[in-house]
Structures are given as C-alpha cells and as structure tokens.
Design a protein around this ligand. Structure first.
Ligand code: SAH
Ligand code: SF4
Length: 386
C-alpha cells in the first residue's frame, strides 16, 4: 500500500471502530468509574468536584499502583474526602463469570461487563520462572473470520473500552493477590502482557492505545513497553501508528507465504496482501535484534506446512530482525483443519532455524480448558456452554 494512502485508510478504520463503541459507563446510581480514565481525564474529574489536581496523582497511585478498590483504604486521603469520592465514583472491575484452572497452571477467566457482554482472559505461567503472561482480549468477538480461529466464528459484538482492557489485567492481578504489599514486595507473576486474546487490537486502536498507556504509566502499574506484545492479523495502516505511539513489541499472524492461501486463511489479506504487510514490518519503529518482530505461523496439516513453504517464509522475512513462532493448530469443536504431524513441524522448524531465525514450536497451554491460542470464545451466544 502506498504511504500516501495510509492516513486516509487509517481514518476510515478509526471511524468504523466508533460504530462498535462500548457503552459509556455510568452506574445506575449515577456514579462514574475512574478506571480507564487518562491522567488528564482524572484530573478533570477532580476539578469538577472542586478538588486540586494533586488529588488525581494520589488516586492514580492508589488505583494503579496499590490496586485499591475502596476509597476508605486510601490512607493519604482524609475521611470526608474519601466519603465524597465514594458518593461520586467507583473503582470498577469486570465480574468474574467463570474461572478455570488447567492441569498445566494456565488459568482462564470469563469476565463479564456491565452490559453482560463477556470476554476471556488467560494467564499463562512461564515454565521455568516464577512469572507469566496475561493474554488480554480487545474486542467481544472479531470481524475478521480467519478460518482456523474459534473467535472468528463469533460475530463482533463490540469493542472493549480502555477501562475493560485495563480491567482484565487488574482483575487477574486481584485473583493472584498481585499488588504491592505494605512491606513493599513487588508483583512478579503477572509481569507480561500479550494482546492475543479475542479480537483484532488494531481495529480497536484508540481504546487499546489508551489502555496500554495507563498500564505503562510509571506511577501506576508501570509495565515496561518491552513486556507488552500486540498481535495483529495485519491491519497495515495501523501498524505504523502503534509502533510510533506505543513502541510495544509486534507480533504478526502470517500463517501463509502465498497470497492465494493467505486470502483464504486470513481474509484480511485481500485488503492488505503479504507484500504490504512485510513492508509495514520493515518500517516498524524500534525493530532491532534486541526487539525482534514475531511472526506467528499456525501449522496446518497439508495446508501450509511443506518444506518449500518454510524456505519461502525465510525468503520473505530475510533481513528483518525477526523470530518465528510455530503454533501447532489447536482444534476446536467443528474446526476444519488438522494439526501438522510432529515430523512436518520439526522439518519446518529446522529450515527456519538454519536460516538464522529462532523458531520455537509453541506448545499449546491450557488445552484441557480450551484456553489455548485461537480457542477463546465467550459464551455470549445463545445456547453455548461457558
Ligand atoms: N487478532 C489478532 C490477535 C488475536 S489471535 C491476530 O489474529 O493476531 C492470537 C493468535 O492466535 C494469532 O496468531 C492467531 O492466528 C492464533 N490462532 C487463532 N486460532 C488458532 C488456533 N485454532 N490454533 C492456534 N492458534 C490460533
Ligand atoms: Fe480475529 Fe485474530 Fe481470530 Fe483472525 S485470528 S478471527 S483476526 S481473533
């Protein structure tokens, strides 16, 4: 895609996203949720109730650094103001509609929001270390019907708000008691974020960006941008913007090396074909050997897993600071594909590795609770079990 077309196309994507906007959260009793507001918005809320801007700074610390949900626990704020805040505001969280633990330690939450829409959020513990990644959803459902993806079979209900995206992470931390203790212990377990849950994050860019800025803010949760990875199916016009504004790591769901096949597997390819996608990766700011772009490649038996395709993959990404994640296909009820054989996987990985790219075969986690990549699907549709 020509660079000149990008801004116009970007506007179109952002305008379309507005159609699927989340509801504005004011509780039935009129109180407003403080979670998900930018610092500027929080300061404006304080001004509106006649309070000085430094109150916003105090609240920010309690809400995002300490994880406090009750104004009465905010010891640096005097009782009368605590009461006034509690009359006007809440510090919200999504409701835990279900919470399942896999044999391998993976944990899947179904979080429900005030309008009863729900998404899944998965905690994936690291095998070696005492820490792990939280996989966040960005939309309820997805507009892009990738053929292999369970989420893609669910029509898009709506975008998530910044509050709902940040709220998934905060609620997961609540579940692990992962907020700094008064003794000053810092949280360890939930130390990485991957935007790889339900939805296409770059089709909900404004809310995702706002949420990530809140999470990266140094006086709150303070997660480094190096610990956040956004996965996209290839929304080319928004990739540059995400790189410039957020500087987080990029993962690209490639899955095929020829346009005819990618058109079928990832229908968005008809709009932004492989060549444009790879060009956008080459432009991605901050991509370097220390910060490599991840290419995700689902291994589908007899579809995209030949040795010739492995060679073509290497040719496509040559010169890019990249690694390749080979994802064994995770079947779900009614899916049309089979996972590649272990031999095909090994051969494919060896070719990519020999060309100098790390190519880990990502073992599926949480399969027993349908929590693995691409298996997420909320139970919002009628007749589905959770
Ligand atoms: N919409 C974004 C992010 C969410 S999908 C994207 O497509 O990148 C996160 C990852 O799960 C993607 O790489 C996606 O291709 C992969 N995935 C989807 N369905 C899968 C399945 N059934 N088995 C394995 N991985 C799958
Ligand atoms: Fe949407 Fe990603 Fe699933 Fe494709 S793979 S349908 S873009 S969530």
């Amino acid at each position: 895609m020509s660079g000149l077309l990008l801004p116009a196309e970007r506007e179109r994507i952002l305008a379309k996203a507005a159609h699927f906007s989340p509801p504005d959260y004011i509780l039935p009793d009129g109180r407003r949720d403080l979670v998900g507001l930018s610092r500027e918005e929080l300061t404006a809320e304080m001004e509106q109730i006649g309070e000085k801007p430094f109150r916003a700074k105090q609240l920010w610390h309690w809400i995002y650094h300490q994880g406090v949900r009750d104004f009465a626990a905010m010891s640096s704020i005097a009782r009368p103001l605590q009461e006034k805040l509690a009359e006007t505001f809440v510090i919200g969280r999504p409701e835990v509609a279900s919470d399942q633990l896999s044999k391998d330690g993976t944990r899947k939450f179904l979080f429900k929001f005030r309008d009863h829409e729900a998404v899944e959020t998965v905690y994936i513990p690291d095998r070696q270390e005492d820490r792990g990644a939280v996989c966040l959803s960005s939309q309820v459902g997805c507009t892009l019907s990738c053929r292999f993806c369970h989420t893609g079979t669910q029509r898009l209900a709506r975008n998530l708000s910044a509050a709902e995206i940040v709220g998934q992470f905060m609620a997961a931390r609540d579940a692990y008691g992962e907020w700094p203790s008064p003794k000053g212990d810092t949280p360890r377990l939930l130390s990485t974020i991957v935007l790889m849950g339900m939805g296409e994050p770059l089709y909900n860019y404004d809310n995702v960006a706002k949420a990530m800025k809140i999470i990266m803010d140094g006086e709150g949760i303070a997660l480094s941008r190096r610990r956040i990875t956004l996965s996209t199916s290839g929304v080319v016009p928004m990739m540059d913007r995400a790189g410039e504004e957020l500087g987080i790591n990029l993962a690209v769901s490639l899955h095929a090396v020829r346009d005819d096949l990618r058109d079928e597997l990832v229908p968005l390819n008809r709009k932004y074909p492989i060549k444009d996608l790879i060009e956008a990766c080459r432009r991605y700011p901050g991509a370097s050997n220390a910060r490599r772009i991840t290419f995700e490649y689902i291994m589908l038996r007899g579809i995209n897993d030949s040795e010739a395709e492995a060679h073509e993959l290497v040719r496509l990404i040559s010169g890019l600071p990249a690694k390749v994640n080979l994802i064994p296909f995770n079947p779900w009820p009614g899916s049309a594909y089979q996972p590649s054989t272990p031999e095909a996987l090994k051969k494919f990985a060896a070719i990519v590795m020999k060309a100098g790219y790390a190519s880990p075969i990502r073992t599926p986690r949480g399969r027993d609770i349908l929590a693995a990549c691409g298996q997420l699907k909320s139970a919002v549709e009628k007749g589905e079990a959770a």
